[in-house]
Design a protein around this ligand. Structure first.
Ligand SMILES: Cc1cc2nc3c(=O)[nH]c(=O)nc-3n(C[C@H](O)[C@H](O)[C@H](O)COP(=O)(O)OP(=O)(O)OC[C@H]3O[C@@H](n4cnc5c(N)ncnc54)[C@H](O)[C@@H]3O)c2cc1C
Length: 404
């Protein structure tokens, strides 16, 4: 085992999972996080079956389930009529996975769980408030520049994983194009302590399609476990950030969606730019990209982080084999060869289709889409096929088949 560690830029959930997956194989890792702590802004929560299987291998799944919320179903509604168009139940996957449901567990909890385990391993090191600013690929290693309160230092590693998010310094330093587009609207995420349990106790994941303003409603456990609801709306393309975040505008949006007496207690208001982009290459030589650094997508379907965790697990497995001398370094080419097209087929295509369906304006196409969803949900074979794709089990199976 070479003495040089694998360097990882970014201690978001993907960087932390990559570090843990490597460290559990005995590989030395050195993780750098630009911020002083893990970012706990409300983003991913939905953890799909295929990912739960991987988290089980890493010894994390019991805690994810304990600190999260098991939800086997999701519903697609027509917002205007308040009718359920289709209900899907991951329970139909009981012969496909040990986890026939999703777990709603906020992404910062997952990162913190991985860090807690890393801290117990002598060959794992994590530096907060340490930003990777540059990299240099050499024949047998990679060197990064890291900036912290004391200045800039150079650190050598055997490999570098860029897990530094959508605006990645690593991807830019490599000169890798981020191919795709940015949606004109932003997504507004509102988190409230108001309980939607009375209406939605039977299903805590709900999508409301609407030609004027679609919406998504989810429950998460929150830091104290008492439960919070997140409501996601698109902004209007011309709406300024300050306008969308204004307290009265937020209250108006929530009341139009679900009128109630008294104001909504809103604990977080966040705006996100939304992109559909895939890096032109997921890496080569001594530097590889994982998670949002390699691909970004809209959150409808809850796929971005799930796929990022799959990246982290696959890359760590390949690196482990190479570092132990079990495989030649060129097996790492598989990472780009397989994961890029899988992201396009399973994450970009599904999330783009989900958004298009939710916002469709043409009444004829809407009616056709709704009928197709009803038929899919009503037919057991189609229902299962739809969920195998939605849960990323299909993408994992396709990757495994390619390796065989
Ligand atoms: C509203 C919303 C809801 C979502 N819901 C879901 C969902 O339910 N399921 C799902 O699968 N996905 C979801 N996503 C997507 C998910 O949040 C992202 O895919 C996920 O955050 C990617 O994790 P990451 O670790 O790759 O990147 P990030 O979480 O962005 O982490 C990158 C880290 O790198 C650090 N960093 C940046 N630059 C440097 C540097 N130069 N040096 C060192 N550190 C650096 C950053 O500070 C950050 O901590 C959602 C996204 C949004 C916006």
């Amino acid at each position: 085992m070479p003495a040089r560690p694998v360097l990882i830029a970014g201690a978001g959930p993907v960087g932390c999972i990559a570090a843990l997956a490597l460290a559990r194989q005995g590989v030395a890792v050195h993780l750098f996080e630009a911020q002083p702590r893990v970012n706990d802004s409300p983003r991913a929560a939905t953890t799909h079956a295929a990912t739960l299987e991987m988290l089980a291998e890493l010894g994390l799944v019991d805690e994810v389930i304990r600190r999260g919320l098991i939800e086997p179903k999701f519903r697609i509604w027509d917002r205007a009529s308040r009718e359920i168009i289709a209900e899907f139940d991951f329970g139909v996957l009981k012969n496909d996975t040990r986890f026939p449901y999703v777990v709603q567990c906020e992404q910062h909890k997952l990162a913190d769980m991985a860090i807690e385990r890393l801290c117990r391993l002598e060959h794992a090191r994590l530096d907060f408030s340490s930003r990777v600013t540059a990299l240099r690929q050499l024949d047998d290693r990679v060197e990064v520049s890291v900036e912290d309160a004391r200045g800039t230092r150079q650190i050598d590693g055997s490999y570098l994983i860029g897990a530094d998010g959508g605006r990645s310094t690593i991807r830019k330093a490599l000169g890798t194009a981020f191919v795709g587009y940015t949606h004109p609207e932003r997504f507004l995420v509102l988190t409230t302590t108001f309980s939607f349990d009375a209406e939605h106790a039977q299903c805590s994941r709900n999508y409301f399609s609407d030609p004027d303003e679609w919406c998504a409603l989810f429950k998460v456990t929150g830091d104290d476990g008492s439960g919070l609801w997140r409501v996601l709306f698109p902004t209007r393309a011309e709406e300024a950030d300050a306008q969308a975040l204004d307290a009265d505008a937020v209250e108006g949006r929530l009341q139009r969606f679900f009128p109630k007496s008294g104001p909504y207690p809103v604990v977080h208001r966040n705006l996100y730019n939304v992109h559909q982009r895939v890096a032109a290459s997921f890496g080569s030589g001594h530097v590889y990209l994982a998670g949002d650094c390699a691909h970004v997508n809209n959150p409808l379907g809850g796929l971005g982080l799930n796929f990022g965790i799959h990246d982290a697990v696959e890359l760590s497995t390949l690196l482990g084999r190479v570092l132990r001398g079990e495989e030649p370094a060129h097996v790492l080419e598989q990472y780009d060869r397989f994961r890029r097209p899988l992201n396009i087929e399973y994450v970009q295509q599904q999330t783009i289709a989900n958004k298009k369906r939710m916002e469709e304006k043409d009444p004829v196409i809407r009616a056709k889409n709704n009928e197709a969803l009803r038929q899919t949900a009503a037919d057991p074979v189609a229902h299962r096929a739809y969920l195998l794709r939605a849960s990323l089990i299909d993408s994992v199976r396709k990757r495994a088949a390619a390796a065989a």
